[in-house]
Design a protein around this ligand. Structure first.
Ligand SMILES: NC(=O)c1ccc[n+]([C@@H]2O[C@H](COP(=O)([O-])OP(=O)(O)OC[C@H]3O[C@@H](n4cnc5c(N)ncnc54)[C@H](OP(=O)(O)O)[C@@H]3O)[C@@H](O)[C@H]2O)c1
Length: 322
């Protein structure tokens, strides 16, 4: 398709409805089993037409959930600007078919009010995010991380008030420890703004949310769970089995550094790859399917630097049972 043409979404995008969507906890929201994250590949440094093609492919195949945060880029804020441009260029007619999230919690602007969990930061940050994304509201707004210094009541009340002000429809938390999750669940329920979802890192190399009891708590209390970095930033693909390819995330030595790729890890990846081959699947496909098979998981939140990667990864919905 010539991307200069007006984008018209594929008429068959919901053909696989029953296989593609899962209920998010005990809520009215269905999320696609595969969601698309904008952490990498959608910033000001990335080619817009490539980012655009990835989102078209995603939406054309039923991926209705795009996940952002204030500081995704680089530079910070530019992934949301890309989303804003996409809204303008392509997705405005489909706004009600999209579930768009953003977050605040990490460093965003200078000074004492551009980081962590204060009401001052969360409120201002969401206003900025909405402007960058050309949106009146986000579907989901997260506290991006637990802040041990700010009273939890302050952070959570800001989330409640954001919903009451119509700037977000639902709220979520990311990377909060179990005890804080329990507190948030109770606090938000009592104010009729139930916690929709918890975002945490769960993959074949990192099972912390299971080991810490977060997944069980979510499953037992009607809270959805979405797994970020389900491919461990690309480690759980065939990409790094032999070398570190030029242009890969690891070759850029930023969020994924080459010191992670120890001989032990490489051996572990080779064994997982062999297991995937026995199943007739790629390592990426098996890894995503494994996350989706865990009790309480609503969706895997993948990243992609090309349409081809997303296309390959979507095969996880056809995987064999474990
Ligand atoms: N809440 C949080 O604190 C938090 C933290 C991290 C992420 N997140 C969210 O989770 C989303 C996903 O995170 P992630 O990007 O780390 O996810 P991921 O799916 O684990 O890794 C995605 C990367 O792996 C590589 N890849 C993907 N499919 C591949 C394939 N089939 N073959 C070879 N390489 C493949 C690509 O990197 P290359 O560039 O090497 O091609 C791609 O950008 C983020 O965008 C963000 O929305 C949230």
């Amino acid at each position: 398709m010539n991307l200069k043409e007006r984008y018209v979404a594929d008429a068959h995008r919901y053909d696989d409805f029953d296989r593609m969507y899962q209920r998010c906890g005990k809520s009215g929201v269905l999320l696609p089993k595969i969601s698309l994250g904008f952490w990498h590949n959608f910033g000001g440094v990335d080619p817009y037409e490539r980012s655009r093609a990835i989102t078209h492919y995603a939406f054309d195949h039923g991926i209705t959930h795009f996940d952002l945060a204030n500081n995704y880029g680089p530079p910070y804020g530019t992934a949301e600007e890309t989303m804003g441009r996409l809204m303008q260029d392509d997705f405005k007619p489909y706004r009600d078919e999209l579930f768009i999230s953003s977050k605040a919690g990490y460093d965003m602007w200078e000074g004492p009010y551009g980081n962590w969990g204060s009401r001052k930061y969360l409120m201002a940050s969401l206003d900025q995010s909405l402007k960058r994304m050309n949106l009146d509201y986000v579907d989901l707004f997260y506290s991006h991380r637990y802040d041990p210094e700010t009273p939890l009541e302050e952070t959570l009340q800001a989330l409640v008030d954001i919903v009451r002000a119509g700037k977000a429809l639902y709220v979520g938390i990311s990377r909060w420890p179990l005890e804080a999750l329990k507190f948030a669940d109770k606090y938000l329920k009592e104010r009729d703004v139930p916690l929709l979802i918890y975002q945490g890192r769960l993959n074949l190399l990192d099972r912390a949310p299971q080991e810490e009891g977060i997944l069980d708590y979510c499953a037992e209390n009607g809270i959805g769970f979405i797994s970020f970095s389900p491919l461990a930033q690309g480690l759980l693909t065939d990409k790094y089995l032999k070398e570190i390819p030029a242009g890969s995330r690891m070759s850029r030595e930023s969020s994924l550094t080459s010191d992670r790729l120890t001989p032990e890890l490489r051996e572990n990846l080779l064994q997982l790859n062999a297991k995937a081959a026995e199943r007739g699947e790629s390592l990426a496909q098996m890894s995503l399917a494994w996350v989706l098979a865990q009790k309480g998981v609503t969706s895997v939140l993948v990243g992609a630097s090309s349409v081809a990667q997303l296309e390959r990864n979507m095969k996880c919905v056809d995987s064999k049972p474990f």
